[in-house]
Design a protein around this ligand. Structure first.
Ligand SMILES: [Fe+2]
Ligand SMILES: [Fe+2]
Length: 238
């Protein structure tokens, strides 16, 4: 990412790095890593496009989830409000650019019924799609535990499976909100489809994943799941 970051106005980078990114530390989980990933993926997409302002792409990615500090459910709107109210950004960008960036932030969520209004919105929305099955399993599990603390382990895991299938199987809303060709994402969709194919298979995979994750070793966070090849599965699990 360093090479694309070098193209960003150093003053903007300093401001975002000192004042905006540290705010994500107040959020639980992997917020900081996620934002760094979205910045990296956004700049990678933007580098191959014409007539794109990389400074805007950078700020949009850095701001897109900041509204989670206020409210998770409406965080896209809250992030946009914060961006619009940011007086420092007004010294770097024109009112039209601020408006475009705020709209892109509003449009970043996969669950919205409409496509992003600009190319900037399409870039951040695409970059926001994780291609990392490990990250998805951690986020989904933690989110479900917070949302439904009364669920049994079986209910939690089955709920995660249904949510993942509702979002990521081919044709589902999360699968559609990728506006640029991305082989890594296509591979990820296949993997989700495979591991969530039956409740039994997914239960086994998530339980095994959690066992490694919550084991006391510091390497727990680095545990990667390996998806069994269909040929390796017992007949009943196909
Ligand atoms: Fe978001
Ligand atoms: Fe995000």
């Amino acid at each position: 990412m360093e090479s694309s970051l070098k193209k960003i106005n150093p003053a903007i980078r300093r401001y975002i790095g000192n004042e905006i990114l540290p705010q994500y530390q107040q959020l639980k989980g992997h917020a900081n890593t996620h934002i760094t990933d979205v910045i990296r993926r956004s700049l990678k997409i933007a580098e191959n496009l014409d007539n794109i302002n990389l400074n805007m792409v950078y700020v949009i990615a850095a701001y897109h989830d900041l509204g989670r500090l206020v409210d998770n459910e409406t965080h896209h709107l809250e992030s946009a409000k914060m961006l619009r109210a940011d007086q420092t950004l007004k010294t770097f960008f024109s009112p039209v650019e601020i408006k475009t960036m705020a709209e892109a932030v509003e449009d970043h969520r996969a669950s919205l019924p409409h496509d992003p209004r600009s190319l900037y919105g399409k870039i951040v929305s695409s970059a926001d799609r994780s291609c990392d099955i490990t990250e998805i399993l951690i986020r989904a599990y933690d989110y479900n535990k917070t949302l439904h603390p009364d669920f049994t382990e079986e209910e939690t895991i089955e709920n995660i499976r249904l949510v993942l299938r509702g979002k990521y199987i081919p044709g589902a809303y999360g699968a559609k909100k990728m506006y640029f060709k991305n082989p890594e994402f296509e591979e990820f969709l296949k993997q989700v489809d495979d591991i969530t194919s039956t409740p039994e298979k997914f239960y086994q995979i998530q339980t095994e994943f959690n066992r490694h994750r919550f084991a006391s070793s510091p390497s727990a966070q680095n545990h990667k799941i390996t998806t069994p090849k269909p040929t390796q599965l017992p007949q009943s699990e196909k």
